[in-house]
Design a protein around this ligand. Sequence first.
Ligand code: DGL
Length: 270
Amino acid sequence: MAVGVFDSGLGGLTVLAALQDRLPQVPFVYLGDNANTPYGVRTPDDIYTLTCAGVERLWAAGCDLVILACNTASAAALKRMQETWIPADKRVLGVFVPLIEALTERQWGDNSPPREVAVKHVALFATPATVASRAFQRELAFRAIGVDVEAQPCGGVVDAIEAGDEILAEALVKSHVEALMRRMPAPEAAILGCTHYPLLEAVFQKALGPEVAVFSQPRLVAAALDDYLARRPEFLGAGQMTQYLTTGDPESVSAHATQFLRRGVRFTSA
Ligand code: DGL
């Protein structure tokens, strides 16, 4: 009854940890495409091809339902996959919508017209590909009006995390936050729109200041999956074991995952 979790690299582990907390009875198969990370500087076609390959690997591991724990893949590839590629007996879900539902204070499945919401100034931190897709703004416009979104493409942060360079990653986060705040000095909310960024959530919060509400995805995605599986238990696949798979070098991926999560994680080759 396993569920698949896919990311370009280590970032999806932040989502996986919340999924494991919320659904301890469910085995999860994690796949990091560390050989091809980062996705955030790739073209939409490239991201689509790589994401489909990763999802097929998870289907082969007995996961009929796959969570794209990657905003870049969710923004650049998921719509095309759902419209043209995913067979009827499989499901692939992204990480964007639960976040926007929380920001706009909507219940699951509320399809009423867009309305005014409490937050008016939102800072979005994401990869260059996610920012370029404007997928966040598009999903937000279905649900809310009058929200000003200022987006900061955070070049280099994912590379620094994947390379295990915490000092560089922190310095880059501070400079991206400063750059955004020059354009939007007083955001009410900030979205960490890349699953790698919760690994540096405290750095974002410190740079933004205590009055900015930071929305981070893992917990929200876990609540959404719990709700989904209660309604569609048939999408729990045949897989039985929790596994951590990588397309990269299992030794160095395991070491960097352990460093950032501050607990032991052992990857094997995908
Ligand atoms: N963790 C992915 C995301 O949420 C990452 C990015 C990348 O590979 O650039 O966007």
